[in-house]
Design a protein around this ligand. Sequence first.
Ligand code: AMP
Length: 273
Amino acid sequence: MSDGTQTPTELVAAAVAAGIDVLAITDHDTVGGWAEAERAARAAGLTLVKGVEISCHYDYSSVHLLGYLIDPADSALATELGRARESRATRLERMVERMTSDGIPISYEQVLAQVRPGATPGRPHIADALIEAGVIQHRDEAFADWLSERSPYYVGHYAVDLARAVRIVRAAGGVPVIAHPFTRTRCAGIPDSFIEQLAAAGLGGLEAYHRDHGPAEVARAERLAAEYDLLLTGSSDYHGDGKRNRLAENTTRREVLDAIIEQSSGATPVVRP
Ligand code: AMP
């Protein structure tokens, strides 16, 4: 329900076809896909871990925080997710304005046509509009240039402070895990001392096993997890055809899943019958 190219039902079917037995759904700043994913998971006999990926900032960098098994009715959490979604929409319009004034053939209406009803708008929808218009072939091309954070067309959006988001997720009964924390293009700037502070604030884990992490980043996450008693997760960060990532290219160990379920009180996973 954010920027994946499949519906939650199609996602569950793709997971089953890939031999996956436990799947987490973590859309950007929305839990709008939970109900449909839950129905599909029950029908398919798949365990579903419901979550969200919250847009946060640390310093001036964008960082994403996964919140597993949160209570979506928690008001502080719902407020933050709503603010992010609203700001994301106006931000896309401003990016498109900058692009069109530079002669890139795209309109905001074309971009909006790519956003499914109730979905969280994001830069991938601009890429999709460019694909639809025949300007590019794959989202990658747009992210390498026009949509990158270094592009003159880039506009940021509201994002909650990372430490505050960690506290909010815990208060909502969820388990906060930083999504690929050491991706070079993102937030290579998170110092170890800040991970220590986040751990004290309730951080549950680090997503270590991810295609944006090389051996040095994995080793760093493993060292920090041992030092601050954090869980280590792995995930494909699958977006359908929108990204090169394949389902189950990285996975989370069973004991870690059990610990996440044990620590959570916001939502119950849909358990495989
Ligand atoms: P936004 O949320 O608008 O800042 O856009 C970030 C989204 O774009 C995330 O879901 C990323 O996974 C996705 N993204 C980042 N780089 C690429 C890429 N090269 N190809 C496709 N999607 C990407």
